[in-house]
Ligand binder design. Structure first.
Ligand code: GDD
Ligand code: MN
Length: 371
């Protein structure tokens, strides 16, 4: 049975497509100028929405970090939307609000927990926010003090609908494997953004034009993310949805990192499956061809490509076991040895996450996840 040629072809496609795409994006798109009208003097009103569920351990530090933003306090408001936390999060937020009267901070309470996206939608639905720009963030994020002002200046250009920051991970100050993954992905996301838009955004800091959120009918609730899906919908509505490298925010690494990555992968898979409808409905929106190319490649990388690796691995293993093929044995040994390289190991882990996530999605799509 000619298993090996097939296994080899699948492996070449699996590694070749992303490598070629990354190389192209990095050398052709990334060096491009933004070609946007940035304006440091543009200072719209900003509302930051912070959803919380059982974040007592870090909520004060998070609020202090937002308070320290180098942005006029009279133009800034914070909305904490909590879904019945049981660890005293809200008491801490209330105490913090009492102690910081010079910044507007509203607390919204949901009676029961339905998940982060429904909680944010509840906040958007039931309230009139003063901000022209709405920013979502997470409790386990930390921004540099210049984050907000550097994000906001991109909105001076009318074509920009969504801006997200680049992200690194924080764990005892040491760069982690996760950071290798992040710098590779950060570069790719910024490159895609320079070309037009990236379909993958970052929850630790993502800013939307307020009107746009209402125009799209709030956040789609078919997925658990508040970043990639609404940002892509905005891009398909004709706006630029970009990740910038000028602002880098930090995110804590929490326990059970692997399963958190699986859950995020679950959200990304749903995201790509559901936003397909925008690519098909060409007449509904006038979006750019560049966006379509980027979206299609990322769709392939998230939905199809991990399975090519799984199939290739299975075929090589079969050929090893059935015909004791030295070639298959050689390929598998090399694949195992390469796990010594961080970048390669991180890539393989990511593929594994996507495969497990696709399978887990058959059971539940994790709109409200365990904390
Ligand atoms: N109000 C409310 N209700 N907030 C919630 C709920 C809920 O049911 N569940 C989680 N949150 C809050 C958390 O307290 C935190 O501030 C934020 O939502 C993100 O939740 P994490 O538990 O930290 O999850 P994550 O870091 O894996 O989520 C990330 O990935 C998502 C995409 O899959 C974040 O970056 C999200 O913003 C992103 O959409
Ligand atoms: Mn988080």
């Amino acid at each position: 049975m000619p298993l090996e040629p097939l296994a080899l072809t699948l492996a070449l496609v699996h590694f070749g497509v992303p490598l070629a795409y990354y190389w192209y994006a990095k050398t052709v798109w990334l060096p491009k100028p933004w070609n946007l009208k940035l304006d440091e003097a543009y200072k719209p009103k900003v509302t930051i929405i912070l959803p919380t569920y059982n974040e007592a351990r870090i909520i004060e530090e998070r609020l202090n970090n937002l308070y320290e933003q180098d942005y006029p306090k009279e133009l800034l408001s914070i909305v904490v939307v909590d879904s019945a936390s049981t660890d005293g999060t809200l008491e801490l937020v209330e105490k913090w609000v009492m102690e910081h009267k010079d910044i507007e901070c509203k607390i919204l309470r949901e009676k029961c927990r339905r998940g982060m996206v429904p909680a944010i939608n509840y906040a958007l639905k039931t309230n009139e926010f003063s901000g022209d720009i709405i920013v979502f963030t997470d409790a386990d994020a930390l921004w540099p003090t210049t984050a907000l002002k550097n994000i906001v200046k991109y909105f001076a250009d009318e074509r920009v609908g969504v801006v997200t920051a680049s992200v690194t991970y924080r764990k005892c100050g040491k760069p982690t494997t996760e950071n290798v993954y992040r710098s590779y992905y950060n570069r790719l996301r910024v490159a895609e953004s320079k070309k037009h838009s990236t379909p993958i955004h970052n929850g630790p800091l993502i800013a939307f034009r307020k009107d746009l959120l209402y125009k799209m009918g709030l956040l789609p609730e078919y997925t658990g993310n508040d970043d990639s899906t609404p940002a892509s919908v905005a891009a398909f509505m004709g706006y630029r949805a970009i990740q910038i490298d000028e602002v880098v925010v930090e995110e804590y690494i929490r326990k059970k990192q692997f399963w958190r990555k699986v859950r995020r992968s679950q959200h990304l898979i749903i995201h790509f499956l559901k936003t397909k409808k925008y690519v098909k409905s060409k007449n509904l929106y006038k979006y750019s061809k560049d966006l379509e190319i980027i979206w299609r490649i990322e769709w392939f990388l998230h939905i199809v490509n991990p399975w090519l690796l799984a199939a290739s691995f299975t075929l090589f293993l079969l050929s090893c076991m059935t015909s004791l093929s030295p070639f298959s044995f050689g390929v598998l040994s090399m694949g195992t040895l390469l796990l010594g390289s961080k970048a390669y190991r991180t890539w393989i882990l990511q593929q594994l996450c996507l495969v497990i996530a696709a399978i887990k999605n058959l059971k539940s799509i994790e709109i409200a996840w365990s904390k």
